[in-house]
Design a binder for this molecule. Structure first.
Ligand code: ZN
Length: 63
């Protein structure tokens, strides 16, 4: 298997919330996050954005 690039990893990061990753993909993701600060930051951003979006949706339910 070829080594995934940051681009591939960012796709996995965005996708893992919708579609569970295969064991191979999650292994690559974890390994890449260990060595790549850029993708760690990207994952944090996705996490923050998702929780902000969820809070926004939850607020909508109150009305
Ligand atoms: Zn990376």
């Amino acid at each position: 298997m070829k080594i995934p690039k940051c681009r591939d990893i960012s796709i996995l990061i965005s996708r893992q919330h919708e579609t569970p990753l295969t064991p191979g993909e999650s292994l690559w993701l974890r390994f890449h996050l260990l060595i790549c600060e850029g993708c760690r930051n990207f994952q944090n951003n996705v996490r923050v954005m998702r929780s902000a979006f969820k809070r926004y949706l939850d607020q909508g339910k109150d009305h």
